[in-house]
Design a protein around this ligand. Structure first.
Ligand SMILES: CCCCCCCCCCCCCCCC(=O)SCCNC(=O)CCNC(=O)[C@H](O)C(C)(C)COP(=O)(O)OP(=O)(O)OC[C@H]1O[C@@H](n2cnc3c(N)ncnc32)[C@H](O)[C@@H]1OP(=O)(O)O
Length: 212
């Protein structure tokens, strides 16, 4: 079995130890604080002595947390449909401080949808979201749409059309849906829409369920 097939089967077999919402809450609160820390580190103008003290304090905290570690990022069954979620996902993971995190929901028509706001932590051009960050989010929701269709796969192609800049600091909407399936291949479309209702990015992806 190749790495790709094993990875897909690992994801959908739910072979990770799943945490309950109660178990997740304190660790998610810690991740929230780390998100605030990341933002503060970027913007702070405190003097050098304070920066050095802060670095030492963070290093001590990291050492403390590493005294008990899991082998893999944990998963949980959350939400109304009880879908398995990767808590360490860089897009949706509530335990991952680099994730916004975005709450992606599956609608009755099988499409997936999320409303979210990105801070300037995700900035590319001044005042706008980094195009690679948008691609990450779109890849994830396209993959979630393929999975919601019962036809998950690895991203084989991802085509993006950046129609206009995507602003940060304002509410954005991302939606994706599966449009076609042929054997192991599934195609999905997605958009990100700004607060003025205009689409900023259109995306299409093809997912392949690995042969081996
Ligand atoms: C606990 C957590 C639970 C979470 C639960 C919910 C999950 C829900 C949300 C998750 C959402 C995540 C979304 C992110 C998803 C990634 O980030 S995936 C990571 C990025 N992608 C990769 O790393 C893929 C790397 N590539 C590969 O692994 C392999 O090349 C692939 C794509 C699996 C294909 O391998 P293969 O099965 O050996 O394919 P193969 O038999 O050679 O070819 C089959 C056919 O596809 C065509 N093909 C193959 N590759 C390509 C390609 N790249 N382009 C075009 N055509 C291709 C071939 O030409 C062939 O065509 P036909 O001859 O049939 O016409």
């Amino acid at each position: 079995m190749s790495g790709a097939r094993a990875a897909m089967e690992g994801v959908f077999a739910g072979d990770r130890r799943e945490l309950s919402e109660l178990e997740i809450a304190p660790q998610a609160a810690l991740a929230d604080e780390v998100r605030a820390l990341i933002e503060a580190v970027i913007h702070t103008e405190v003097p050098e002595t304070e920066l050095r003290e802060a670095a030492a304090a963070v290093a001590a905290l990291t050492e403390r947390l590493n005294t008990a570690r899991r082998n893999r990022p944990p998963a949980a069954r959350l939400g109304v449909n009880g879908m398995v979620k990767a808590l360490g996902s860089p897009v949706t993971g509530v335990l991952n401080a680099i994730a916004p995190p975005i709450d992606v929901v599956t609608l009755e028509d099988g499409s997936v949808h999320a409303e979210f706001t990105l801070t300037d932590v995700y900035e590319g051009p001044p005042t706008f979201v980094h195009g690679g960050v948008s691609a990450l989010i779109l890849d994830h929701v396209l993959g979630a749409a393929a999975a919601a269709n019962g036809t998950p796969g690895m991203t084989a192609t991802l085509d993006l059309r950046y129609r206009r800049p995507t602003p940060h600091g304002v509410p954005l909407v991302v939606t994706a849906r599966t449009v076609r399936n042929e054997g192991r291949k599934t195609w999905a479309d997605a958009t990100i829409t700004g607060p003025d209702g205009r689409v900023t990015i259109e995306a299409t992806a093809m997912f392949i369920f690995p042969a081996t």
